[in-house]
Ligand binder design. Structure first.
Ligand code: ADP
Ligand code: MG
Length: 566
């Protein structure tokens, strides 16, 4: 990356003014690609509105530079801040609630079209004709020649790309990838996932803002079209061709293709869009993941370079087991009542099995008990505090660990990175976020389960390539990483063989005993239930139909009837 930046600056130095200027302009566009790669490639947020921070910063820079030519640096800083604020605002409006990718794409696209219309109507910023005639770039009293201006712009853009790249390797940057892979697992690990996405939009907005400011300084001319769909479509196309999520790919493709477009401008402008369109289609059909992933394949590199992670045992801490109580807990989906009037009390360490036929409401009940589903009536109390309306990450921080029915993992990250991210979330200080070294203090219980399940020999495998059984165990390990004082496990032995299931029963008993915490386990496997459970609750049609020990439940005529009937 450094070599590429130096090469670009040498090219600017060596080229005639026109080409130097083209390179500098391409560099500012590369920041748009970086912005898109942060939100789409790393965060999976399909924003088509990254032209808004870019364009607003460009207009702000143009208008203010004309008014105060000597204040270039503060004006650029203002462009960056305006971009960050716009990103933040977009994030808060869009992401506060769960919205589909389609809604987000359409909303942000409309936003950029509106901005274009507004810019075309506002006469103070030149209206339809745009704003031109920006003065030469000045640093204090020094007026820069256009060559020095271009060198400076390429340098700043290269430094920004490298800063974003460095951030994307640190835990702070990888949090976003975690949320893209599994928002639920990240929330269950104790991360405020909405905040992470909003922060990503703010950072991406700041980068786009810097790009916009520099673009205005470089071209000396801004026009409503820089908000428009044509502009975002171009950068999106280049970013996709380069390969989302790889940073170097989108930057390289944007610089390369925008320069190529300029060079070919005279000869083939009529065919340019056709050519890029066709090459894009060919790329999508034959090269998954863009040019960057193809290059990695040629070089026999993994799709992603994992971070080296050091997992060290955290000091053991004795925490009192959690006390959970529900009162007339109910949850309806429309007219259908999935959970009905449930009174539960879990306070003593031990294994509490939750059984019942499919559709009985077991998963829904667990979801309510850790904030993934809102109850429609009733009360959830944790250690005597009302947490009925609390969010998932609050439950996690209070000490509720969750394993989902289907594995929810950060599939593109390694096992070690998964464990590290899950352990970082509950660290008392936040300096781990910015450290280049991934050194995570993992609770002993999680390390023991990692070893007992054989996952300690798979630390550098990506979670997505693990077998189903291994994924089940990794989820349990991740739940243990948050130092839970209570574990909610949804069908942990589904898909395991009889012997694996029996080993799991042993393992869970050991966790309950060693950690002195309650485990609420949804199970179907009768061997597991007999071997592991201290207490059983039978659910049917969303209601508790029986409670007691294994012997009591086996003798219960109502339960027999239920199981023979289904
Ligand atoms: P179990 O885990 O016991 O098999 P669930 O809790 O998953 O059962 O589901 C209980 C019932 O609630 C099922 O009939 C299911 O179809 C319904 N249900 C669960 N989630 C939703 C939802 N988000 N919207 C509508 N119905 C749902
Ligand atoms: Mg279920």
């Amino acid at each position: 990356m450094v070599a590429a930046a130096v090469a670009a600056m040498l090219a600017v130095q060596a080229q005639s003014g026109f080409y130097a200027s083209q390179i500098a302009q391409a560099a500012t566009l590369a920041l748009m690609a970086v912005s898109l790669d942060i939100v789409w490639g790393h965060g999976g947020i399909v924003s088509l509105g990254q032209t808004v921070p870019f364009g607003v910063a460009a207009y702000l820079t143009a208008r203010l530079s004309i008014a105060a030519p000597s204040l270039a640096l503060p004006i650029i800083a203002l462009g960056v801040v305006s971009g960050a604020l716009l990103g933040l605002l977009m994030g808060i409006v869009l992401l506060r609630r769960r919205r589909s990718a389609m809604t987000i794409a359409l909303f942000t696209m409309m936003l950029s079209l509106l901005a274009e219309q507004l810019a075309a109507k506002l006469l103070v910023i030149g209206g339809f004709n745009g704003l031109g005639g920006l003065p030469a770039l000045r640093l204090g009293p020094l007026e820069l020649s256009s060559r020095h201006r271009d060198l400076l712009i390429v340098g700043v853009c290269a430094a920004t790309v490298m800063a974003v790249w460095s951030l994307s390797r640190r835990p702070f940057g990888v949090l976003l990838v975690g949320v893209r892979d599994s928002e639920q697992r990240m929330a269950a690990s104790g991360y405020h996932t909405i905040l992470i996405k909003v922060m990503a939009l703010a950072v991406a907005g700041a980068v786009a803002g810097l790009g916009g400011s520099l673009y205005a300084m470089q071209t000396g001319f801004v026009f409503p079209g820089i908000f428009g769909f044509g502009f975002i479509a171009d950068t999106l196309l280049w970013t996709l061709i380069g390969g989302f999520g790889s940073l170097a790919g989108p930057v390289g493709a944007t610089v390369g293709l925008s320069l190529l477009e300029e060079y070919l401008a005279d000869a083939a402008i009529d065919y340019w869009l056709l050519l890029t369109g066709i090459s894009f289609l060919v790329l999508v059909m034959f090269v998954e993941g863009g040019i960057a992933s193809q290059v990695r394949r040629w070089l026999r590199m993994a799709p992603r370079t994992p971070n080296p992670v050091e997992l060290v045992p955290a000091p053991a801490d004795a925490r009192a087991p959690a006390r959970l109580r529900t009162e007339s807990l109910s949850c309806s989906f429309g007219a259908f009542s999935a959970v009905n009037d449930i009174n539960l009390e879990v306070a003593e360490p031990g294994v509490y099995c939750l059984i019942g036929p499919n559709g009985a409401g077991k998963t829904t009940l667990l979801d309510i008990l850790c904030g993934f589903q809102q109850s429609t009536r009733g009360l959830v109390e944790f250690d005597g505090n009302d947490v009925t309306r609390a969010r998932p990450w609050t439950f996690t921080r209070l000490g509720v660990g969750r394993k989902f029915q289907n594995p929810h993992l950060m599939a593109s990250l390694t096992v070690a990175e998964n464990v590290a991210l899950a352990s970082f979330a509950v660290a008392p200080r936040s300096d781990w976020m910015w450290n280049r070294a991934w050194r995570a203090q993992v609770p002993p219980a999680a390390l023991e389960t990692l070893a007992a399940s054989g996952l300690d020999s798979r630390l550098s495998a990506t979670a997505g390539e693990l077998s189903h059984g291994e994924q089940q165990w990794l989820e349990t390990v991740l739940a243990l990483c948050t130092r839970p004082r209570m574990l909610l496990l949804d069908e942990p032995t589904a898909g395991l063989t009889a012997s694996e299931s029996s080993r799991a029963a042993e393992q869970f008993r050991a966790i309950a005993q060693n950690q002195q915490i309650p485990l609420v386990v949804v199970e179907h496997d009768t061997t597991f239930i007999r071997e592991a459970s201290d207490h059983i609750t039978v659910l049917a049609g969303g209601r508790v139909v029986a409670q007691g020990t294994v012997e009591e439940i086996e003798a219960n005529p109502r339960v027999k009837e239920l199981y023979f009937a289904t």
